[in-house]
Design a protein around this ligand. Sequence first.
Ligand code: GLC
Length: 438
Amino acid sequence: MSSLYDDSYYTAKKVDLDKRAIEILRENSWGDYTLPTKGLYPYQWNWDSMFVALGFSEIDLDRAWTEVESLFQGQWKNGMAAHIVFRKDSPTYFPGPKVWGGTHEVPTSGCSQPPVAATIVRDLYEKDPKLGKQRLTELFPRLMRWHRWFHTMRVISGGAAIAVTHPWESGRDNSPDWDDALAAVDPTGVTPYKRKDLGHVDAAMRPTDAEYDRYIKLVEYGRDCGWDHAHITREGPFAVADPGITFILMRADRDLQALAKYLDKESAVHEIDTWLYRSRIAADYLWNDEINAYAARNLRTGQHADGVSSVGFLSYYAGITKPKRDAKLQKTLSRILKAAPYSVPSFDPEHPKFDSRRYWRGPTWAIVNYLIARGLEEYGFEEKASRIRLDTRKVIQDSGFYEYFDPITGEGSGGNHFTWTAAIWLAWASPMTDGCQR
Ligand code: GLC
């Protein structure tokens, strides 16, 4: 019998999965943008779309660029690229554009999402610089404005770590990282509403009602202050320094700087230098010696999250290393990989708050795996990078293209036929990509 990590284990299903992944991308593609999945998420989501672009770049580079361009139709005048672009009304989703009350000409939500775009744009460009040059030239100023928005609007004076002012901005909605800050949000007076997500997915796999009340209350707060983002970050009811966004932005800054060099944009290169200069301060702020990991930190109280989230391992992807700290971080990662056969769990399986099926409180996500492994590989941790890639391959092989997976049993959870899982399969997890440099 072949073992899990033998190539032969996958051979039989390989072709079908590649084909199916392409079908999912095409089925969920609505013209120039792609839905995360039908029903549950019927619009364009920011970081989903960028992973989709990565997936499309394996089969149709032109379509990949189009996906990025369409996302930036949702960029606000202040530079923010919104987390959802509402293309057409859908009765299957709540909260829709009216609840958000944005004023941008294309209806959007009022917060942002992890900025993977510049990194993926660099990937697209480097695949075919000739095809990409003009498109990059047009996108570049938009990417600069978005990064500048993060570095000015989501940093509290003196700090360098990037804040999220709504759990949805982090892309990790119900992570335990937000628990204490969210508990301090008073949901009294929230306008009555009906959740629509529970019509698509089992409640045990989704955030609780108590969390949802606070999510909506935070949307109402932002709307009622006219989406004044500087004010929301400084004074609003919720601001947490997020290792996920902070590390993803650091990486994206480096990639944006490489793009600036390709385009001979000298002043942009210098401006990005000033952002990168502060990276170490941000990393120091996030490091939690009690759990030997980078962890979220409530900016209102200084309180660190007391458990390990998978995004804490994105420090390598960000380009941050510090030998003594890394030795501890590697030990933490080894422990977690040992505890979860289908790694990397979004939250520490040995922590009391771990919940193997509930969204960002335990399940494994293919997109995060891809980012973690990419960083580990770049810093020479090939064994762990390869383990994470093969776990991702195996879980998709065993369960299909689910939104996320139980890290202990491998069972697929949340939405099915999920676009970013298919995209990551095509770009990185499929045996077809063996031997490629990522
Ligand atoms: C959920 C996820 C978020 C994702 C969105 C669409 O809100 O937490 O990361 O972008 O769904 O897939």
